[in-house]
Write a protein that binds this ligand. Sequence first.
Ligand SMILES: [Fe+2]
Length: 221
Amino acid sequence: MKTQNENRLQEISKFVQAYLKESYQNRSQEDKANLERFLSNANYRWNHTLRVAQFGKVIAENESADVELIVVACLLHDLAWFDTNAKNSREHGRIGAEKARPILESQGYDHAQVEIICYAIAAHVDEDNPETLEAKILSDADNVDRFGPYRILQWCFSDIEDYDKLAAKLSERIHRLEYYREQNPLFTPTGQQLFAEQLNLQIRFFSEFVGEKELSVMPRI
Ligand SMILES: [Fe+2]
């Protein structure tokens, strides 16, 4: 039999999945075409959400935070992703927090828990210091997934038909990634460790790609 916690996580996940699907469908055809171009549709957003919840769980366990609150905040963090456009995309945090509140209350979370979760959702888009441990963990989990293998494909995909351009772009990108690795701006030690692993993978892959391009010449004998 499922525990109460499992049941409410299930309800929240059903709600988020349906909401993402519906709000994506409501975008104009032109918006949808643009979003698809950047490999961002409701399906991507939901899979990203699930991975953020996985990373959030690992970080919460290591940082002695409340795992359930973090997982719930992760599941709801991009709820309003398709309610905003590119110009005000940062607002998806605050709009998402407002939309998350009633579902959290209906699932029996108390006032303090709802505040913790909603603050983390609202703040995850801000670059300045989020004030709570939960908000820091959500931001870290989101950033870890933003540098995962899928993003490697995303970087390559848009210029896949122009080899020279792609190699030049990735060569440039390696410097930026090395800078991120040096700065490691994530908030928690576990988040920093996961972020470094993602960056190592990207840097390694892009470096191999650039090396392969350099090999694409006639050998000198
Ligand atoms: Fe996200």
